[in-house]
Write a protein that binds this ligand. Structure first.
Ligand SMILES: Nc1ncnc2c1ncn2[C@@H]1O[C@H](COP(=O)(O)OP(=O)(O)OP(=O)(O)O)[C@@H](O)[C@H]1O
Length: 212
């Protein structure tokens, strides 16, 4: 995976919140750190292509704003506080994403079973607890064949068993399929020490790759 930023700039109204002149990231698991309001979600939403910005973000030469179809096949995103239509069931969302991301039924069943979601997956999302909602958004982020998975505060609201399953999924995707991750979290990631990991710090309205 090659992710690059060129003259990236995000403003809300007249306020500049994030600026990245030139940055190149290769395959790894990145822990995105930064204080409240520093711009972590803004960064991840920009890469996911769900907010507009100035400049260029490219993944493997696909420009996120010009080659949107190709780009979005390669990038999956789980929001910090996911919002889904309340009248749909979890299964409806999984089916929608599975079709869009070319995920097999074997793959969807695997993730749903691992997170023990089968008992409520046919219930309307409006009846989900925040942890159930979080697990649904994480399952969706792992579907298909992405090269980059963006997880915004994935650890919050997960119970301890689900946390261990999520860590296992991340480690497996990275080691077996070479999938890279950008994971924003206020707490350290409890991943296998032997995995290549890097830290990205969002500070002073820009992004820096910290030397490990
Ligand atoms: N839709 C918006 N309109 C105006 N300002 C916004 C909007 N979204 C974010 N901001 C501003 O952009 C800055 C970065 O916000 P962002 O949500 O990216 O921070 P964060 O690092 O994810 O914070 P936290 O750790 O609290 O989740 C903040 O100053 C915030 O007020």
């Amino acid at each position: 995976m090659q992710l690059s930023f060129t003259n990236y700039r995000k403003t809300f109204g007249a306020v500049e919140v994030l600026k990245i002149n030139n940055l190149y990231l290769d395959s790894s698991i990145y822990w995105v750190k930064g204080e409240n309001g520093s711009g972590k979600s803004t960064l991840l939403k920009s890469i996911a292509g769900i907010i507009n910005f100035e400049g260029e973000i490219k993944l493997n030469d696909f420009n996120s704003q010009r080659k949107t179809v190709e780009f979005r096949k390669l990038v999956n995103f789980a929001e910090a506080e996911p919002l889904f239509p309340e009248f749909l069931t979890g299964k409806d969302m999984v089916d929608l994403f599975a079709e869009a991301k070319n995920a097999s039924s074997f793959q969807t069943e695997f993730y749903l079973n691992e997170m023990k979601m089968q008992t409520y997956i046919n219930e309307p999302i409006g009846a989900y607890s925040s942890g159930m909602l979080k697990k649904l958004s994480l399952v969706l982020a792992f579907l298909g064949n992405p090269q980059l998975i963006l997880l915004d505060e994935p650890l919050i609201t997960l119970d301890t068993d689900s946390l261990q399953i999520l860590y296992k999924w991340i480690e497996k995707k990275y080691t077996e399929e070479g999938v890279s991750f950008l994971i924003s979290s206020h707490q350290a990631l409890d991943l296998d020490e032997t995995l290549a990991r890097k830290t990205l710090l969002v500070e002073n309205r820009t992004l820096n790759l910290l030397e490990c």
